[in-house]
Design a protein around this ligand. Structure first.
Ligand code: SF4
Length: 431
């Protein structure tokens, strides 16, 4: 979501004649868009500011803005501790960025803008065309969260759940496709809680799938609690919806899920997985896991391990529990660090074995790849298959924005390599 926000910040600041630069030393304004989800986020901000200070030691100081969730959560402290920062701007206030920059230019004042003005934000952003022209583009459809999982900062940094109207979303999706995008990844902290005037995520997916030249749709991140049957049905009926579902589970133990306030049992989670597999056998899953959440016993941990083996997630993101300041879980007693690290190692070994087995099975198979760009040399192209696996091929043809069948001939941990299979009539897209 920060990538989407950063692009929109750039679209906004173009209105006051700012543009992006790759040469940091010539910047007149430096925007650091931050994420607060992991530990040490604030330390990274101070470290980055140190780098900017060094860069501009003998030059005119740029305007320095900290945007995003660290600004929201720790803005006042940042402004007090680091005088080099001119303003902190929360994720729901960045539509004000031009006014903030102009105020700093004119009055040399310090600004804290961390109100939750999400409706106003999107009203303002809707007036400005999305200029992103990547082949695969993000599009925020929903923000914030009302679920209050005990470990998570999102409800405090992004605010309550808010869904944009489907007409706004469809209009922005059309802009992206006109710019050249062929894949759109719908974003929301609780994307499947999307609900605007009784339009649910399933309705939106059907509508978006009608956009000509939009070839692929994905969405992230979902909550099991909101995974309704209509959404399962779209996976069956909508060919443009890719067959990889990222469905965070966090733990394989219902006791730990309850402690986390996840509001579902592991049986309910597995029921969703089974329904999807039955109705759409080609579907695969990825997930997020928190290892060594407070009070996790060896029995709880083994349940998480066996869930990984049962579902065979093709990708997983696992971290040892880290307390986020201000969340209820921050006050809970942590599991011994050595035990936590041991559990993470065991878990990640099992996850990697599953991933490796899956990737080896892909060798000699055919994948449908949407190519995004050329990489390291004009004849080497990078794309993603339907399961979001990275694929690299050699080709004399410019493959950017095209979907091609690729015969996979080898893989490493992160990338598949192969060659394009020539079809009789390859599908071409207008640039
Ligand atoms: S549902 Fe997701 S975003 Fe909301 S509190 Fe839980 S982990 Fe955070």
């Amino acid at each position: 979501m920060n990538e989407y926000d950063s692009n929109r910040i750039l679209d906004l600041t173009k209105k006051i004649n700012y543009t992006s630069t790759k040469n940091i030393e010539e910047a007149e304004c430096y925007v650091l868009n931050t994420c607060h989800i992991r530990e040490k986020a604030t330390d990274k901000v101070y470290h980055d500011i140190g780098r900017v200070k060094k860069e501009f030691r003998c030059k005119k100081k740029p305007i320095v803005l900290i945007t995003g969730c660290v600004a929201q959560a720790e803005g006042e402290i940042l402004l007090k501790k680091e005088k080099y920062i001119d303003a902190v701007v929360g994720p729901q206030s960045y539509h004000e960025i031009n006014k903030i920059i102009l105020d700093i230019e004119n009055k040399q004042t310090k600004i804290n803008s961390t109100e939750f003005e999400v409706i106003e934000k999107f009203d303002r952003l809707n007036l400005i065309r999305n200029s992103n022209s990547k082949i695969s583009s993000f599009l925020t459809i929903q923000e914030g969260c009302d679920k209050f999982c005990k470990f998570c900062v999102v409800p405090y940094t992004r605010g309550p759940e808010y869904s944009r109207s489907s007409s706004e979303i469809i209009s922005e999706a059309k802009q992206l496709v006109e710019n050249g995008s062929r894949e759109i990844i719908l974003l929301g902290q609780n994307v499947n809680a999307y609900n605007s005037k009784n339009q649910r995520l399933s309705d939106l997916l059907y509508s978006l799938s009608k956009i000509k030249d939009l070839e692929r749709i994905r969405y992230t991140t979902s909550h099991p609690k909101d995974f309704t049957n209509d959404l399962i049905q779209v996976h069956v009926e909508c060919n443009k919806l890719m067959p990889l579902l990222h469905l965070p589970v966090q733990s394989g133990s219902t006791k730990i899920l309850q402690n986390m306030n996840r509001n579902h049992t592991i049986e309910e989670y597995l029921e969703i997985i089974e329904k999807l597999k039955k109705k759409k056998p080609s579907i695969k899953f990825s997930s997020d896991f928190i290892i060594a959440y407070p009070d996790e016993t060896i029995d709880d941990f083994e349940k998480t391990l066996s869930l990984m083996k049962q579902v065979e997630f093709i990708n997983s993101y696992s971290f040892i529990f880290s307390a986020r300041p201000g969340t209820p879980a921050a006050n809970l007693e942590k599991i011994d660090e050595k035990i936590a690290k041991e559990r993470l190692v065991i878990f990640q070994k099992a996850a990697n074995e599953i991933k490796e087995k899956y990737r080896k099975e892909l060798v000699n198979s055919t994948a449908s790849v949407l190519f995004e760009n050329n990489t390291r040399g004009p004849d080497k192209y990078f794309g993603r298959d339907e399961y979001f696996n990275s694929v690299i091929v050699h080709s004399n043809e410019d493959l950017t924005g095209k979907i091609r069948k690729v015969k996979i001939d080898k893989c490493n941990q992160n990338t598949l390599f192969g060659e394009v299979i020539l079809e009789d009539k390859p599908k071409e897209y207008a640039a």
